[in-house]
Design a protein around this ligand. Structure first.
Ligand SMILES: [Zn+2]
Length: 348
């Protein structure tokens, strides 16, 4: 049986115990159009990664009945002794921890909806030479990124060398070797296939949780934020990157946008550490203008013309994005910003 594009693993197909972080120790995080490189870990992280994965496998809970799952790293399946649900482990040792109905819903969306199929194709091309060449030929990004992720990169070390960071919606690629990626399919570098609004982890098991450009894609953001709060240890950090003035983008769905007031309301159970503009008003205008041109020109959203229009508008308009270095300092920039950065802390 095939599930989420990956065959379920037979025990003899499971990877040998050993380093898994080096396969992607210099990963790229794609945040909207802004690209952020994190430094590679080198071999010194390998043992720490092993400890981290062991901790992860000791922290699973059943997404159906919410009882702790008796799991052993390297198992070919996870059986809940409480409700009897059997969860497969995919090739590469990735557990598929979804409620059966939710699994069916994600599979239908990913296999049938055109926007979702484009997302899957894009994610599966991650790291290929074709993708690298296409990225190399692209014009510079039209989005000016304040790079708050780098400014607050210490959250990846918040609990020292054994910090466990859960990235909801993480992958393909890994932002940092301490990151555990959770996504709705087994894309490259995904460690758990699961649902952000029903996390398969026990209470207070994670040191830091990130949810970057994901919250607009979930049906019930309050459930997701509540789950982030539940799995965090007291004093742990929660990071969000949230779009505001930004076009529709189905990855695989697109449901909502947030103002700063909306983000504060959503995260009211956390202590705010930071809430600032991530990508500003000029970036928002340039992205909207590019979308508008593709709408205005007949056939502008067909693949070839779309690539040409994106290239032309990108080369012409990208210098204007630097206006945001100045505009983002104004409080009113929040009224038109493309996206916000939020960092909160779970009270002790
Ligand atoms: Zn169960």
């Amino acid at each position: 049986m095939r599930a989420h594009g990956r065959a379920e693993a037979r025990p003899d197909e499971l990877p040998a115990k050993g380093c898994v972080c080096c396969r992607g120790d210099r990963q790229v995080a794609r945040i909207f159009e802004a690209v952020t490189d994190f430094p590679g870990s080198g071999g010194i992280m390998c043992d720490a990664r092993e400890v981290l994965l062991q901790r992860l496998w000791d922290s699973f809970r059943c997404p159906v009945c919410h009882e702790r799952l008796p799991s052993k790293q390297g198992s070919s399946e996870l059986l809940c002794r409480s409700c009897g649900t059997d969860f497969p482990v995919l090739t590469g040792g990735v557990p598929l921890l979804l409620v059966p109905a939710q699994r069916a819903r994600f599979e239908r969306i990913l296999n049938e909806e055109p926007a979702a199929k484009r997302m899957v194709a894009e994610y599966r091309s991650h790291g290929t030479w074709r993708k690298r060449i296409r990225d190399f030929l692209k014009p510079p990004s039209i989005v000016y990124d304040e790079n708050a992720a780098r400014k607050y990169s210490w959250i990846y070390d918040a609990a020292g060398a054994e910090t466990m960071v859960l990235s909801i919606g993480g992958g393909p690629g890994r932002e940092n070797p301490r990151v555990i990626n959770l996504n709705v399919d087994a894309f490259d570098s995904v460690d758990i296939v699961g649902d952000g609004a029903n996390l398969p982890l026990i209470d207070e098991s994670v040191d830091t949780v990130t949810c970057n450009a994901v919250i607009e894609h979930v049906r019930n953001p309050l459930d997701l934020i509540s789950e982030m709060h539940r799995i965090l240890k007291p004093g742990g950090y929660a990071q969000l990157m949230v779009p505001f003035v930004f076009p529709f983008h189905a990855y695989p769905c697109d449901f909502q946008r947030y103002t700063t007031s909306g983000i504060l309301e959503l995260t009211s159970r956390f202590e705010k550490v930071e809430l600032c503009v991530l990508t500003g008003p000029t970036s928002a205008l340039l992205v909207l203008l590019r979308e508008y041109l593709r709408l205005l020109i007949p056939g502008g959203n067909r693949p070839f013309l779309k690539t040409v229009l994106n290239g032309l508008s990108g080369w012409i308009s990208f210098p204007f994005k630097y206006l945001d270095r100045w505009l983002n300092r104004k409080p009113e920039a929040a009224h038109l910003a493309a996206a916000f950065y939020y960092l909160g802390r779970k009270p002790r």
